[in-house]
Design a protein around this ligand. Structure first.
Ligand code: NAP
Length: 300
């Protein structure tokens, strides 16, 4: 049976070290890091995620504020709120909870968040820096870079959390075939970049890809971020592959991933759902918030 890549446990360790970093900041007379989370509308899943983020902030000593706007909020009103937070010197980091209602252009809104406060790394500037490899994260090998444990840039939280998990369990990437299923700006595209920068050989598939199973059979590392319950079955897998299941799907009141549990019989390592990528995403959010605060105060 595959060994579990225990995101919950690693996230707890990361929280412990963040408490120390935050104490260093406040002992130096600086305010604790602060995060503003904006949610537009009242999607149940978003509310649950936002609540977990605030709880995690509380555990480590980050001041978080909850900005709940009604579904009827116009794009202009949302942009005005972001502009206000961009110039608010008491706010280090801004997180826009996705998805946004359909009448709001997500790219426009993400592009309006100040680069230095863009804690999910989704503004065009931060995406561009990631693409150009300017975060300087990937070249300490054979594992994902140690530098990723302390990135210099705001890297999208879920991919950052995944790389830290791979690093923690010493999963080799250099020269390995890594396949990413799904190409969202939130997960699929940035994780592909990070895997490439860690010298993996990349296969990237999406909803139009032909014979994904055949491609997956060649992959040493398989990252699945699709949103289709149990899309990936045992017969997709190369024996001993490392499997990262990003999917969070609700099925009959239960959370299930994009990967069927029987894959654990063939894989060497696998992330559980829940308890794998989810807690690492939140840990990465906390780290990025602290990083943004340290950058503002020029410490760390
Ligand atoms: P998304 O924006 O909806 O993107 C889904 C991607 O999957 C698209 O690129 C789509 O291809 C591709 N896809 C859809 N059906 C497919 C199929 N049958 N075969 C291959 N590719 C297919 O989703 P997302 O934001 O990346 O999220 C994906 C999943 O991860 C969701 O379950 C989400 O809840 C979860 N998630 C979890 C975390 C966490 O912290 N654990 C964080 C973020 C997201 P096209 O581009 O061709 O349409």
């Amino acid at each position: 049976m595959a060994q579990t890549l225990d995101g919950k446990s690693l996230a707890t360790q990361i929280e412990t070290s963040l408490r120390t970093e935050i104490a260093d900041l406040t002992n130096a007379g600086k305010p604790p890091p602060s995060l503003a989370v904006i949610q537009v509308g009242d999607l149940y899943a978003s509310k649950v995620y936002v609540r977990r983020k605030h709880q995690a902030c509380q555990r480590v000593g980050i001041n978080s504020q909850d900005i709940c706007l009604p579904t009827t909020t116009s794009e202009q009103q949302l942009l005005a709120k972001i502009s206000e937070l961009n110039t608010d010197t008491s706010v280090d980091a801004i997180l826009m909870q996705l998805p946004l209602p359909q009448h709001i252009n997500t790219a426009t809104v993400l592009g309006a968040i100040a680069m230095s406060k863009d804690v999910d790394g989704l503004s065009p500037q931060n995406q561009g820096l990631l693409l150009s490899g300017k975060q300087g994260s990937a070249k300490v090998l054979p594992y994902p870079s140690e530098a990723l444990l302390k990135p210099k840039l705001l890297i999208p939280c879920t991919p950052l959390g995944i790389m830290q998990l791979l690093n923690h369990y010493r999963c080799r990437l250099r020269g390995k075939v890594a396949m990413v299923v799904g190409r969202s700006a939130l997960v699929g595209l940035p994780i592909s970049q990070l895997l490439l920068q860690a010298d993996a050989t990349l296969i990237h598939t999406h909803s139009h890809s032909v014979e994904p199973k055949l491609l997956a059979k060649t992959a040493d590392v398989l990252v699945v971020a699709v949103g289709v319950p149990h899309l990936v079955r045992q017969d997709w897998l190369k024996p001993d592959a490392v499997v990262i299941d990003v999917g969070i799907n609700r099925q009959q009141g239960k959370l299930v991933g994009d990967v069927h549990p029987d894959v654990a019989e063939v894989a060497s390592y696998i992330t559980p759902v829940p308890g794998g990528v989810g807690p690492m995403t939140i840990a990465a959010l906390l780290q990025n918030t602290v990083l943004a605060a340290q950058a503002r105060h020029r410490v760390g």
